[in-house]
Design a protein around this ligand. Sequence first.
Ligand code: DGY
Length: 319
Amino acid sequence: MGERSRVVILRELLPAGRELLSDRFEVSSLGLDAGWQQMLAAAAGADGLVTDLTFAVDGELLDAAGPQLKVVANFGVGYDNVDLAACAERGVAVTNTPDALTNATAELALTLAMAAARDLPGAEKDLREGRWQGWDPARWRGFELSGATIGVVGAGRIGGRFMELVAGFGGERIYTSRQPKPELEARFGAERVGLDDLLRRSDLVSLHLPGTPETRHLIDGRALGLMKPTAVLVNTGRGTLVDSKALILALEEDRIGAAGLDVFEGEPNFDPGFLTTPRVALAPHIGSATYRSRDEMSRLVAANVIAVLEGREPPNPVT
Ligand code: DGY
């Protein structure tokens, strides 16, 4: 038998996927605290790299791995951290983990929407910090989603599932998408509109776009200015979609109703203004963090590595 291929997990892969890899290959895993120099050193000689959104997969890393590298399997559906051109130049396949996290992420978008609309974090903080003086008719009033016009920006898999989840609220559903989505229009009576129209009409705006140079700060001061003063903005896509400073200002000046954020520009750092801004629900990038989703994502990572290293087309190539 020839030498086993080497797979390096540059941070962490859950056992559901790691065990599939270990059955077939020589696998090493650096863990969550690995620094860049450690990653460069560990990548040397790898046939497959397991990567994730927390660090860049660039020419430096690919060259450190060496010319035998065949696959970069990114643990996540997004791949804005991967330099696709650099991979293509070196003949390295890139894969991701779509579908596995669609429902989990859509459910978190709904969780954030409802938490933000009722300012659950603010109310809970008051309770925890001993400021609750008893039932109060005027305090802690928020917005209801029933009958709301719900705007989905980017009606792909996750946006489509989000639309399905909110269908029970009644009201109108509108969306933006590069392509029309006849199935969303037929099932949910959704209407395809331009972004400005969506922002003007929606009571809830949920962002489901990838982080690309084109989508950077799609929601800036101008866009926020189009929204209703009672509207709720939810972002479970990428932090770069929203201009943080402009959002903080809009919330502080009561120009929008509330916001629910799972992703941040420059995370794990984020604008400290969010900690003191009113009516904002915050989560530390946990959209896909369910047992089912993360296990399935881990299995998909492994299935992609296995396919490429065994000379087959991977199930989830990034094109
Ligand atoms: C992704 O998959 O891109 C998410 O942001 C992390 O689960």
